[in-house]
Design a protein around this ligand. Sequence first.
Ligand SMILES: [Zn+2]
Length: 334
Amino acid sequence: MGSKFGIGSLSIVMTLLLSLVPKLEAEFTTVEQAIKSDGSISFLVIGDWGRRGLYNQSQVALQMGKIGEKMDIDFVVSTGDNIYDNGMKSIDDPAFQLSFANIYTSPSLQKPWYLVLGNHDYRGDVEAQLSPALRSIDSRWICMRSFIVDAEIAELFFVDTTPFVDAYFLNPEGQNYDWRGVSPRESYLQTTLKDLETSLRESTAKWKIVVGHHAIKSASIHGNTKELESLLLPILEANNVDLYVNGHDHCLQHISTSQSPIQFLTSGGGSKAWRGYYNWKTPEDMKFFYDGQGFMSIKITRTEMGIVFYDVFGNILHKWDTSKVLYTDLDFSL
Ligand SMILES: [Zn+2]
């Protein structure tokens, strides 16, 4: 039987079909991170820190160096608010040296630093912190708006959360935010969410960690971020995310609820802390809360993950471990 369609018609049909196929490739930039020869990775997480060494920033940095050496860390994650009070004025701003390069000087911290932006970073020249030119001053600095770090057994998805928060647009309280690269806001947010959803869905990593500046859940002064609860959380829950890690509130905390499989972790104790505020209605969900300075470490193998929180003296405040045996890890050779 002959076809009713000629070659020309077929190619039009094919073109139409192809154009209807959803675009699958993720738009986020992916950075490849090597893992250790034993197949594990370990890293530190710090947030809300750049204050020229003040408010115990230097003491936290010193302890990070010691724990980093003990764990032989592979990299450092920053949950944002990298430079106070108002980000960087330009790529020549001495705050880069005074609050970063000259502070985190321990040998163990001379590893890649993966950083997201916080709301304070948006109050300066936002493009300065994003500029690859900073790497000629300090090659550790890898700061982008939203991006992925692919460490084989784990993928870290960094999300630019500041543009999600309505108050910065509707009631900026005298602050100037540098929204270059974000406007128009609606399409920026939609694109970010769509690209994150695609990246998470396509990820084959055993562990998925999402990092943003603002908390989805927090008992400290900023509380839950309602925009992230409604827009971001459903995407994370639908895509087997293990951890959501944030800063913004200047404390350390671990929240785990029966409504969500995700562990909510705040590491925002990089310098100024002790806000003296706590408001959480379900004590059974609050696994750990510390109102002072400190940081967190994460160690991951194919089947295990361990999280530790430390104070400004390097004392261990809280530990949490989990394991995951996946179908592909089972040995059926018997
Ligand atoms: Zn903040």
